[in-house]
Design a protein around this ligand. Structure first.
Ligand SMILES: [Zn+2]
Ligand SMILES: [Zn+2]
Length: 247
């Protein structure tokens, strides 16, 4: 594993210290259950379900075996592999909701530890970390990109270059909620553009909060590969089960 180096880099310590000061000034609430005084309490930490079971080797969909899932067999994604840390349910769903809609950015710094641990189990050895971008309209509306607040502390902890400017969302897309896999792919087709000089020959790691079908990651990967990237990997904090798996 590449991340066997002892201790996080200095910049990472600085970033964590900054959040420690912010917590002193503005005492946090648990991102999962709201209890005061901590960002992620022991109960929520224990209740968060990590994905340890077999997954599709490409899209990371939890399943019973290690073979390619039916979707990847019939319509292979452009990314090399996607993996997720936690099931998108219960306290994890609540924490991501607070991160996205209630500006709980301290939660992102804490939750990024899951990404670091997961990355340490993977032999990807990427060159650069890129958050999945929001459209400029969404960014203006929300004021921040939650994926960036996960990706930056992750990159600092792993000692990897962080380059959010490589990729941008060139148009807004409708919500993916409730859409089929093919409809999701159509919805995000061509929605991203990548900056060629910074991508050429690079192994790029995309970071996002939640993956469902991987359609967004696929569209990002298409743009990055078109701009000369060597390969694209994707890591998300959580994985939402597809509709057909929820029944
Ligand atoms: Zn809690
Ligand atoms: Zn798959």
């Amino acid at each position: 594993m590449r991340l066997a180096a002892p201790g996080p880099p200095t910049l990472s310590k600085f970033y964590r210290s900054a959040w420690w000061v912010i917590d002193l000034l503005y005492p946090p609430h648990c991102a999962g259950c709201g209890q005061p005084g901590v960002r992620w309490c022991q109960e929520c930490r224990a209740a968060a379900k990590e994905i340890h079971q077999p997954v599709c080797p490409v899209c990371g969909q939890p399943q019973t075996g290690f073979s390619l899932c039916a979707n990847c067999q019939t319509d292979a994604p452009r990314y090399t592999a996607l993996r997720s840390c936690l099931f998108f349910s219960g306290v994890v769903r609540q924490a991501i909701h607070r991160l996205k809609y209630h500006r709980d950015l301290g939660a992102a710094e804490m939750l990024s530890e899951y990404l670091v641990r997961k990355y340490q189990t993977l032999d990807w050895q990427v060159d650069v970390v890129v958050p999945v971008p929001l459209s400029s309209a969404h960014l203006r509306q929300r004021g921040y990109n939650q994926a960036a607040f996960l990706a930056l502390p992750f990159a600092l902890r792993c000692g990897l270059p962080y380059q959010p400017s490589i990729l941008r969302r060139s148009r807004s897309t409708a919500s993916q909620v409730g859409l089929s896999i093919s409809a999701r792919r159509e919805n995000v087709r061509g929605a991203f553009t990548a900056r060629a000089p910074l991508t050429v020959g690079k192994k790029i790691l995309l970071i996002d909060d939640v993956a469902t079908t991987g359609a967004t990651m696929d569209a990002c990967a298409a743009a990055l590969l078109h701009a000369g990237a060597d390969s694209v990997y994707a890591l998300t904090l959580a994985h939402a089960l597809r509709r057909e798996q929820q029944v």
